[in-house]
Ligand binder design. Structure first.
Ligand SMILES: Cc1cc2nc3c(=O)[nH]c(=O)nc-3n(C[C@H](O)[C@H](O)[C@H](O)COP(=O)(O)OP(=O)(O)OC[C@H]3O[C@@H](n4cnc5c(N)ncnc54)[C@H](O)[C@@H]3O)c2cc1C
Length: 713
């Protein structure tokens, strides 16, 4: 029994059904080179053939396209220069460009998860067409393109051993590990592509031992990694999970490597190195330091590279009939049998998929505004938009328990250029640069700048820090950059800074500090007095209020002055489902819920190991490691051929491979000449040295409310 694909009837489908006359009109349109039909009674509109360049505002930065037209058709749309994120944004631009040319209309489908880039592209093309002389309606007939096909492999009946929910680092590692062990896997992903938050990440992944790290001359030791993880916080850490985190880290990394993930050298992690940015940026000299673990960086410094790397392997498993995956498929519920064992999932579209084991790898809840608003008043959200947290609720419904749901990991320095909470990062400043002064919303200096930034942003009213710099300070370094961890663009020549200052919404500029303060809505007299006091500390070399080190005490005296309104950005949520050392989800009695596993951010990503341990690549490390572990455990718990629950897998008819995942989108080669100033620049030693050295754990100030209520529809 095949499940049905239910698409809303497109205008095209409606036309096709509407009869011969309509079909004739539609057909003649197609025959005339896809030119749109002129309105009845009016002369056909002709464009002026040529090439029309347009520069438009993208998600991260302005980009430029060129549109070639003939008298009555769009012959090409080229992306000339773009700073959109490489996996989603640039891919979206390419697809929209291709679809507009193919369909000869601007009414092509929006790409799921990339609405802003889609709309921006359509508007940019529209602008070019208007310049060419097209009328508003010329390319606006509805010719809805088909939704991206879901890839199922060449199977129509498929009995998976394990269902994996979510295709980020955790889900992909779990999938590959299960496949590697001979299991059949059904991977369900609510986005139109794999990657989750992972593909926005810097792609830093930590591990100790194994075969991949020695290729980069890192001699690491899981024993010491483990010891370090359990050194402190005896009341909150889970030693058995730390053990897994240490010892399974290398096999998990090796598994990704085996199936195609590529890495570049990262840096060492030890007691004094790699746990924080300062040491990692100090040349990463492995000879000079005592270390026990190391992090690598995914190829081309992007988390998304991991997915590009393993794509061919996944496709091979699909073709071998061992893997099926459904994109655009959101899981909403867990199915249980009479004994309370989880035997599969129910999706939003009503379809059900059974398997003995279900691994939840659905990330955290940092795209769930209502949940995050329990912790922060204001924030930016640089990760993916599908971390909605609904699987927490589904797991609770079958008896799972949660821990530390009010624990998030944030950085600061985000400019709230998009004013709604939950928007992804578009502009950031190096808020911890030496010399930058932090004020709260009363204009008072309140903190030792650069220290414990996470805590500072959590504690300060409105989670808002006003960062002050003067023109002399801005000459020493670029303070502003934009993009996300995958695509950083340094604001060369402070162009974006001046644009935002002219706009005057989040960057406030004044010849005097009073003028800048006034524009920022702060009390000019208070700010001037605070700055005078701070400048005095710079003269004496002693910060009497907050003990800032003398080398960071750089006076701010040269106008113009700049005040930046900054808020935290939530990169991960760190609470989640309680699991055991096999990644089995536990109920309130501490016993496993049969058939249910969780890993990565879904399992609570942080305090499953040493709570205060902050180290490079820690999240990808834990996602991959526990995804790997969950896959091994399910195979052990449900050995093949031994009376496992049988579930019929209801599946849609076979399709072509998914357009997003394997359609031969020109990836790295295509992007080679577009590489942007990267991560290393953004994390220059100057900046890194002054980043927060301490990791602390903000706690919710309000009681954590009814969880179910907060799941978005
Ligand atoms: C900007 C940024 C930079 C970062 N840099 C680093 C770094 O360099 N190193 C590091 O270690 N960590 C980094 N992190 C954190 C790290 O990326 C995440 O913690 C990690 O990738 C989470 O992986 P995951 O697989 O658990 O979840 P995700 O990557 O969020 O994947 C979960 C997937 O599940 C899908 N999903 C969710 N719900 C459902 C559902 N109901 N049905 C079907 N599918 C569902 C989602 O669409 C998503 O694809 C960074 C994070 C950000 C935002």
């Amino acid at each position: 029994m095949h499940a049905q694909i239910n698409h809303p009837m497109s205008r095209r489908a409606f036309l096709a059904a509407a009869g011969a006359t309509t079909m004739a009109i539609f057909g003649s349109s197609m025959l005339s080179g896809c030119a749109p039909m002129p309105k009845t009674g009016s002369a056909p509109v002709k464009m002026t053939p040529g090439t029309y360049p347009v520069t438009a505002q993208g998600f991260f930065a302005p980009y430029t396209i060129e549109v070639d037209v003939t008298e009555d058709a769009i012959s090409a749309v080229r992306i000339v220069d773009t700073h959109e994120s490489q996996y989603i944004g640039q891919r979206t631009q390419e697809i929209i460009a291709a679809n507009v040319v193919k369909e000869q209309t601007l009414e092509v489908d929006t790409i799921t998860g990339a609405t802003a880039t889609t709309n921006s592209m359509k508007e940019a093309i529209r602008e070019a067409l208007t310049a060419a002389g097209a009328t508003a309606s010329m390319f606006s007939n509805d010719a809805t393109t088909p939704a991206p096909a879901n890839c199922l492999g060449a199977v129509s009946d498929f009995y998976p051993d394990v269902v994996v929910v979510g295709g980020g680092i955790t889900g992909i590692t779990a999938t590959l590990t299960a496949l590697d062990g001979g299991s059949k896997v059904l991977l369900l992903e609510q986005n139109s592509y794999f990657g989750g938050s992972t593909m926005y990440s810097g792609g830093y992944i930590a591990a100790a031992g194994g075969e991949t790290l020695p290729q980069f001359n890192y001699e690491t030791d899981p024993d010491e990694f483990y010891e370090w993880m359990v050194e402190s916080d005896p009341e909150t850490f889970r030693p058995e999970l730390s053990y897994i985190a240490a010892y399974n880290s290398a096999p998990a990394l090796d598994m990704l490597t085996k199936y195609g993930a590529k890495w570049v050298e990262g840096g060492p992690i030890g007691r004094d190195v790699g746990a924080h940015a300062a040491s990692a940026s100090a040349g990463n000299s492995v000879e000079d330091v005592d270390y026990f673990a190391a992090y690598l960086i995914s190829n081309e410094l992007r988390g998304m590279s991991i997915f590009e790397g393993v794509a061919q392997s996944l496709q091979n498993f699909v073709e071998a009939g061992q893997l099926a995956y459904l994109l655009d498929t959101r899981v909403d519920e867990l199915l249980t049998n009479d004994e309370g064992a989880v035997i599969g999932v129910r999706c939003k579209d009503g379809s059900e998929h059974n398997a003995p084991a279900t691994i939840l790898a659905s990330g955290g809840y940092n795209a769930n505004k209502e949940m995050l608003s329990q912790i922060y008043t204001r924030w930016m959200h640089p990760g993916n938009t599908t971390s909605i947290g609904n699987m927490f609720d589904a797991a609770l419904a079958v008896g799972a328990t949660l821990h530390d749901m009010d624990f998030c990991r944030t950085d600061g320095g985000s400019l709230p250029t998009i004013r709604t909470n939950g928007a992804r990062v578009t502009r950031e400043i190096k808020h911890s640069m030496p010399g930058v002064v932090w004020l709260d919303n009363t204009g008072h200096r309140f903190w030792k700048e650069g220290s414990s930034a996470q805590r500072a942003y959590f504690d300060v009213p409105d989670n808002t820090i006003f960062c002050v710099a003067d023109s002399k300070l801005l000459q020493t370094d670029n303070i502003l950059y934009y993009g996300n961890y995958a695509t950083y663009v340094t604001d060369e020549n402070n162009e974006e800074l001046e644009r935002l200052a002219a706009q005057g919404e989040v960057v406030f500029k004044g010849d005097t500090i009073e003028e800048a303060a006034e524009k920022a809505g702060l009390d000019p007299q208070v700010v001037a007095a605070e700055l005078a006091k701070y400048n005095n500390y710079c003269t004496t070399g002693i910060d009497e209020d907050f003990g800032k080190d003398a080398e960071g005490l750089i006076p701010l005296e040269s106008g113009p002055f700049y005040i930046f309104e900054t808020i935290p950005n939530v990169k991960t949520t760190n609470g989640g489902l309680v699991i055991d050392d096999g990644a089995r989800v536990l109920n309130a009695d501490g016993t496993p819920i049969v058939g249910l596993y969780a890993a990565g951010e879904t399992a609570g990503n942080y305090n499953i190991v040493r709570p205060t341990a902050s180290y490079y690549g820690g999240n990808l490390h834990r996602g991959a490691t526990f995804g790997y572990t969950a896959a091994l455990t399910q195979a052990e718990d449900f050995p093949k051929q031994e009376g496992r629950p049988q579930g019929r897998f209801s599946i849609r008819p076979p399709h072509e491979p998914a357009s997003f995942m394997f359609a031969g989108f020109p990836l790295l080669e295509h992007l080679a000449d577009k590489r942007l100033p990267g991560h290393r620049e953004a994390y220059s030693p100057t900046y890194s040295r002054w980043r927060s050295r301490a990791s602390c754990r903000p706690r919710a100030t309000k009681p954590w409310p009814n969880f179910s209520r907060m799941i978005q529809a």
